[in-house]
Design a protein around this ligand. Structure first.
Ligand SMILES: [Zn+2]
Ligand SMILES: [Zn+2]
Length: 173
């Protein structure tokens, strides 16, 4: 949704509070696509802070259906968005045409683009269903949180074997 910034850019002392619904149902980035399982509206405060200059503050909360890094179980990740930025009217500052992420389009604030950018910077780098998630067996694929599997779990690691050779080699000298 677009919000008009004309008053915030031009009316001295103007402070406008609005609530804007988030439209997106999915969030996509280079790591994948995640469903928004829950979302709040964006509570926006638009203030005039100078000629052609507006301050955009806002808060929202979205819940993304992500997957545990170890067992792939779906984990709902709540992400708090809290931003505070200054933006310029197009006749005060020329927008950078290479900036695809720009959330100001002329006199309009692109709230979806802003939310998208804020989710990107607040995306958790590690997702675990629980701190001690045991993951899945690399051999049979069983979820090890549900119990041990029948695999013997011994996977010879050639790097360890090489270290062992060096160790015993030194001892013999
Ligand atoms: Zn897990
Ligand atoms: Zn197994």
């Amino acid at each position: 949704m677009y919000v008009n910034l004309t008053d915030a850019f031009t009316v001295a002392g103007k402070v406008e509070r609005i609530s804007v619904p988030i439209e997106m149902d999915h969030f996509s980035c280079k790591y994948g696509e995640y469903k928004l399982t829950d979302k709040s509206p964006v509570a926006l405060v638009l203030s005039n802070v100078g000629v052609g200059k507006a301050r955009v503050q806002g808060q929202a909360e979205v819940t993304l259906g992500m997957n545990c890094d170890r067992c792939l179980k779906q984990v709902d990740q709540i992400i708090h968005l809290d931003f505070d930025q200054e933006v310029m009217a197009p006749d005060v500052a020329q927008p950078d045409p290479d900036d695809d992420d720009s959330f100001v389009d002329g006199y309009e604030l692109n709230v979806e683009q802003l939310v998208n950018t804020e989710i990107t910077v607040n995306l958790p780098t590690k997702v675990l269903c629980k701190a001690d998630c045991k993951g899945i067996c690399r051999q049979c694929g069983k979820d090890l949180n549900a119990g041990e599997c029948k695999c013997d779990g011994f996977v010879p690691d050639p790097r360890l074997a090489a270290i062992k050779d060096i160790f015993y080699g030194n001892k013999e000298v």
